[in-house]
Design a protein around this ligand. Structure first.
Ligand code: 4AD
Ligand code: MG
Length: 470
């Protein structure tokens, strides 16, 4: 008898063949001299119906032991199902119980649980329909991302998790130290980081971009896919303290090329997920968010909108909407502005380009022409953000400043020391090229595709202020 995954049996298992399946019991129904189990092994939303005839060895014992959550192995014969909702079911010949789950205490009983409650049992929620679907789609997204870049000859590069530089310059970094903080605190003197593990202050990275740029100036096209960390104290449904980011970086590429790749990339991932996870996507449409399929179709069928920051400001100013934060050229777009543009105005993803220099990171290429002439008061940089309905900012990217003198000036003007960025500046000293890239927040992508309302529910073990359980 061969072991099989439930999804394979449901799709293509041969009737009258015998198989072994293993998994966790979702439900048990007892009839006269017969019992039905729904077994799930995580391979698909739908479980396999197991029919237990009374003639099976130790029937009474088994029926007592097996409850929701019990882990079992079933050897049996696949037969055509006369019941509704499934092509095949399994006639059990023998069952082994691995572990029982006391119905008095096992939290996942048949009834529907609130998503907030399930968040408190993140060690058990993967066994529910909803989280099964979320994590299968998350997996499909990750695979599609690698497939997309590998098919196009991009090199996957591994950038460091511990770093001494603040890529985004936003000061939202977690420190990394081997100092005993209790002792440091009582000493009463300034901390001497030269005595610390790395000989200087070190942090968890907020982005792999700077190192990706190094690799792009050797391999032309590269991407990162790794964890990033931000100590921003934002308790929102779009922020995590630990999240995954995908950052492609392309030499010989400008902002338009960057935006083209980002659009093609998002379309590719959606297409792959719709093809490989149709049942999970149907589940999200029916049970989570009725916009899911409309959104997906729009992504596939329509071009993204493209506007400049200045045009976006004009749209916001002309709208009759009242915003909590003022709309003003030079201020960063707030989440409410971003969502108005994507959800209400364009009703699809929109790429906003050429943001004011004053609100963006030092590495972005300074536009030669400002809105009011060269070096005028409306100086902009070659930045782009992709805003998505229901999400707001999904992607942030830019063409990079490849001119040594301009970059040095920018580093100084944001209060950083060019000496700390000597290796980054060397890339402009030796064989500099126009180059561009972007960062896609992986969890925001999964949120966008599944329609899940809170980012804490699309990562298995979310990290956010006051929470690092599991
Ligand atoms: O816009 P950000 O800060 O851009 C960068 O880090 C650049 N270095 C990327 C690049 O050009 N290579 O972040 C990129 C994306 C955001 O658009 C957002 O989707 C996501 O990362 N993101 C977060 N996701 C979850 N929780 C947070 N706290 C996030 N902060 C940013
Ligand atoms: Mg950003």
């Amino acid at each position: 008898m061969t072991s099989a995954r439930i999804i394979d049996l449901l799709r293509s298992g041969k009737t009258n063949d015998s198989y072994i399946v293993r998994g966790w019991v979702r439900t048990k129904r007892e009839g006269k001299g017969i019992a039905f189990l729904e077994l799930n092994d995580g391979s698909s939303l739908q479980g396999l119906q197991i029919v237990l005839p009374q003639t099976i060895d130790s029937y009474d014992d088994l029926i007592k032991q097996i409850t929701t959550g019990t882990s079992i192995e079933v050897s049996g014969t696949l037969v055509e199902s006369i019941g509704k909702g499934q092509r095949v079911e399994m006639q059990a010949i023998a069952i082994v119980v691995f572990g029982t789950a006391d119905p008095e205490t096992y939290p996942l009983q048949k009834k529907r649980h609130s998503i907030e409650f399930l968040r408190t049992i993140a060690h058990l929620r993967p066994r529910t329909n909803m989280f099964g679907a979320v994590f299968r789609v998350r997996n499909a997204c990750a695979y599609a991302i690698h497939k997309f870049f590998q098919e196009r000859g991009f090199l996957w590069v591994h950038t460091p998790i511990i770093t001494a530089s603040d890529c985004e310059g936003a000061g939202e970094m977690f420190g990394v130290t081997t100092f005993d903080l209790n002792k440091v605190a009582t000493a009463g003197k300034a901390v001497d980081f030269s005595q610390d593990f790395f000989g200087k202050p070190a942090f968890l990275t907020v982005s792999g971009q700077l190192e990706a740029e190094i690799m792009a100036t050797a391999f032309s096209n590269v991407y990162t896919f790794g964890p990033t960390f931000r100590a921003e104290n934002s308790n929102t449904s779009r922020h995590l303290a630990e999240f995954w980011m995908i950052e492609p970086e392309m030499a010989f590429c400008d902002l338009e090329g960057d935006a083209d790749l980002a659009e093609e990339f998002l379309k590719y991932i959606f297409k792959y997920v719709l093809e490989t996870c149709p049942e999970d996507m149907e589940f999200f449409q029916e049970r989570v968010n009725p916009q899911v399929m409309t959104n997906a179709r729009k992504i596939l069928d329509e071009q993204f909108e493209r506007v400049t920051y200045t045009e976006a400001i004009a749209i916001l100013e002309k709208s009759s909407k009242t915003f909590e934060f003022p709309v003003q050229w030079g201020s960063d777009l707030q989440s409410e502005h971003e969502r108005f543009l994507a959800e209400e105005h364009f009703q699809k993803p929109v790429i906003v380009m050429d943001y004011p220099l004053g609100i963006k990171a030092f590495y972005m290429r300074v536009n030669e022409e400002s809105e009011s002439g060269f070096n005028g008061d409306r100086q902009t940089v070659r930045a782009m953000d992709i805003l998505a309905p229901g999400i707001g900012e999904l992607i942030g990217g830019s063409q990079r400043e490849e001119r040594l003198d301009v970059l040095e000036t920018r580093i100084r003007s944001v209060g950083l020391n060019p000496e700390d960025y000597w290796w980054y500046l060397d890339l402009r000293r030796y064989g500099t090229v126009p180059h561009a890239g972007f960062g896609l927040g992986f969890e925001r992508l999964v949120q966008f595709i599944t329609g899940m309302g809170n980012i804490r529910d699309v990562i298995p073990f979310p990290r956010f202020p006051q929470s690092a359980e599991f």
